[in-house]
Design a protein around this ligand. Sequence first.
Ligand code: MN
Length: 233
Amino acid sequence: MSAETLFPVKPPVLVPVVNQPRKFPVNRIFCVGRNYMAHAAEMGVSVDKTTQSPFYFLKDASAYVPSGSAIPYPLKTQNYHHEIELVLAIGKAGVNIKAEHAFDYIYGYACGLDMTRRDVQLAARDQGKPWDTGKNFAQSAVMSDIIPAEDIQVDVNAVNIELRVNGQTTQSSNTQYFIWNIAEIIEDLSTYYELQPGDLIFTGTPEGVGPVISGDLLEGSVQGVAEIKLHIR
Ligand code: MN
């Protein structure tokens, strides 16, 4: 143990990269709220892009858990939800990034699950309180390995995204239905924060979110990008 610290310093959080021996060190995990119209509607909210901007919440890097894991049902919820999402992995620093340059800042992509304590989140939302306890908790940021952008052959702004629970499709959409597309998200988020290499951005989930319970198997994909799998113990 170091003589400098009272407790052992935690090691950095590292996400494997496909076809690359070096890993992606996670800095921050940003998440976009309500980025598909049909999901906003199922949450009882309408979004008007002409008058509204995207909004964000964060998860700790330590909430990362790799695809293929078996994780316990979390504390303090009775309505534990899946949200399948396309994840952006930022590879270079930038602030006030213009949409036309946004893709220069993306190192790669992944498939993610923004696991959510929906009961806790909605109680907070309805009281005008922060979402942290509903969104940012142990093992709530599930991710596939990262695929470098140069290795992706599809248009990430128009790919199918889907999730199956025990083989039954629950979420099925396409990133063409983003309210704010990838470039617009990077442009807007980078007005609030200087993006850093190692930042991850969960881009929001389509409709069809729902509860999972112990014993469930979640399998999802962003077509042409990555697949993801998660067991709930
Ligand atoms: Mn989400």
